[in-house]
Write a protein that binds this ligand. Sequence first.
Ligand code: SF4
Ligand code: SF4
Length: 394
Amino acid sequence: MLYNDFQGETLSALGFGAMRLPVLDDGSIDQAHLDRMVDAAMAAGVNYFDTAHPYHGGKSEVCLGKSLARYPRESWNLADKFPGHQNVKGVRPVTPEGIFEEQLRRCGVDYFDFYLLHNVNENSLACYYGKPENRFMDYFLEQKAKGRIRHLGFSCHAAPAGLEQFLALYGKDVEFCQIQLNYVDWTLQDAKRKCEILKEAGLPVWVMEPVRGGKLAAFDAETEARLRALRPEESIPAWAFRWLRTLPKPTMILSGMSSLEQMEDNLKTFSEHKPLNEEELALLSEIADRLSRQIPCTGCRYCCAGCPKELDIPMLMSTANDMAVAKSFNLVARYAALEPEKQAGACIGCGQCSRACPQKIDVPEQMRRLDALMASQKSWEEICRERAEAARKA
Ligand code: SF4
Ligand code: SF4
């Protein structure tokens, strides 16, 4: 395992993110599978585990805490996050006391090694410095003084200006910052500038979405062949991690793994440092250019809870992206099989989703486009008629 220093502590370069844990058919977390993943991580020297209040509807904290409890408390670092942003989303009002105590209970611990203000962005900034009752920082600094939080930080989806705004207020109180960083967002989300800002502020970088919700974990056959020709021994996701350790060199890279297979692949990647060369970096840059033209949905589902039409927004965004790469009848047929009230046309344009979206996607606009695109596609019946007609003429 590769390690980095943080204030004299040794942290594994790979952290286990518990946002997309393995699930059973009924949607509940597969605890036995999770235990095997944690066992593999611990055996390989991973010592950082990251959860958050909303992950898996609160069950991530419970299941991860249960799994880690099988090991001595001092052998792992646990990170959790305060969902201040949910105040803005209107999901439910949040108070620091209530949430924090609940989190300790759920995780089965009496302190967090790392604690973050979750998802600071343009829409949620106000809840961290707006109304007096929203100024949560005092409470968390108090918990830190009591030893219930060892290190305080924040995760940020804001643009560089928003990041600077937050740092101007709380830069002196935080010790690290978690940002979305990968070879697409380096330019697409101005992550390069964010890294510069954090360096100027003296804050180490924690990485989330290193493979962009799986978008950088698999490509079309031609792209994968080009990558494999350069590094036959590497998996496709490994390229994203190699890029991170070649260019921005963050302190912590969190990967939201969903299976033992993904865990084993990542552990292999983080067993040695193999920086990318110029030719390899140029190929990733070319791939990034292509992907930047797609809807940058990571499938985080932050938008889903507030949708009055209960649309599966990430699935619809994914369909739009797939259609942009190659319009296929299978895609159209799969979409047509959805009930009309689950299709893009059911969107009422309320914008609730966009306010919650860390990627700042104009979801209603994308819904309108997808609806129009799908409406213009031929149905299976039309295709059959056309084929029959062509056959008759032939
Ligand atoms: S704009 Fe459409 S997709 Fe977004 S929350 Fe409203 S109804 Fe749902
Ligand atoms: S639309 Fe935005 S909030 Fe919704 S899943 Fe995609 S990235 Fe996440």
